[in-house]
Ligand binder design. Structure first.
Ligand SMILES: [Zn+2]
Length: 282
């Protein structure tokens, strides 16, 4: 049987409106029950400028999770759409992103000019320190919110001291499905040399989100996409890193989020020899 490395990942931990401590615990319990490890991407600062530590429950839950072999990473600073880069078109086309889309159309050059290396380093270091002060261990990984990128972002990661990054997505068709373009075929993604080209860190791209408020009518299509992506990762010897979001996976109608993960896990177990990781152990 061919080997497949798998690292589950979850975004928007502690982000108001998209995460609750209870939903996070449910997800961690699910990973534990299934024998998988999660990488939990935590947002350090709220939009109002206060820190995620305002809800202390998260710290205890995540410290326990790390003891059990899961890990955490930094998910941006306050999850602003433009804090260190600009999101790709597939994100801007999402129904709740009309204001971001307008900004990119009307203010693109000033948005890009904002992203100086100095400013990005300062922001990243601030967010990293907030998490490290709260958890009392080093935070070694990063994922940009909303898949935003800028040239200086890649340089800044090298300087700030992360060991891994997971800011790229392999499978744009996941967002096409969310945007209603349901006839788009899965992309046969390829290895990008940029992932191993940085001095001090390595990039581990996620595939896509298979559990974003997943409705019944998209279930089979999404499962086909997941099987395609699992097979493609195995073919390229890439780790399979699906992303979910704390509350959206819990709020899928009819428990579709966890049903999807049950099927994905069965498919992987039937077809591959699985090596369980978090992103930090890849
Ligand atoms: Zn996010």
């Amino acid at each position: 049987m061919k080997k497949l490395k798998v690292a589950m990942s979850c975004d928007d931990v502690a982000l108001d409106g998209w995460s609750t401590p209870k939903d996070l615990e449910t997800l961690i319990n699910y990973y534990n029950k299934k024998g998988f490890k999660g990488t939990f991407m935590v947002v350090p600062v709220y939009e109002d400028g206060t820190y995620f530590t305002k809800q202390k429950e998260y710290i205890a839950i995540l410290k326990d999770a790390v003891m059990a072999g899961h890990t955490i990473g930094q998910h941006g600073i306050s999850h602003d759409r433009f804090e260190i880069g600009v999101p790709p078109q597939m994100i801007l086309d999402l129904p709740n992103e009309t204001e971001s889309k307008r900004k990119v159309l009307e203010e693109y050059s000033s948005l890009v000019a904002e992203h100086t290396l100095e400013k990005i380093i300062k922001k990243l270091e601030m967010g990293k320190k907030i998490l490290e002060d709260a958890f009392e261990f080093e935070v070694l990984g990063f994922r940009a919110p909303s898949l935003q990128t800028s040239d200086n972002m890649w340089k800044a990661f090298d300087i700030v001291g992360y060991k891994w990054d997971s800011s790229c997505a392999l499978q744009p068709t996941g967002w096409d499905i969310l945007n209603g373009k349901k006839n788009t075929p899965p992309v046969d993604f390829k290895i990008d040399p940029i992932w191993t080209s940085h001095q001090n860190y390595k990039t581990y791209p996620l595939t896509t989100d298979y559990s974003w408020f997943l409705p019944d009518e998209d279930f089979n299509l999404t499962f086909s996409l997941a099987k395609h992506d699992i097979d493609r990762c195995a073919e390229l010897d890439l780790p399979f890193i699906p992303v979910c979001h704390v509350s959206p996976i819990n709020l899928c109608p009819h428990g579709n989020g966890y049903k999807m993960y049950d099927l994905m896990i069965d498919y992987m177990k039937d077809n591959y020899e699985i090596e369980v990781n978090n992103i930090g152990t890849l």
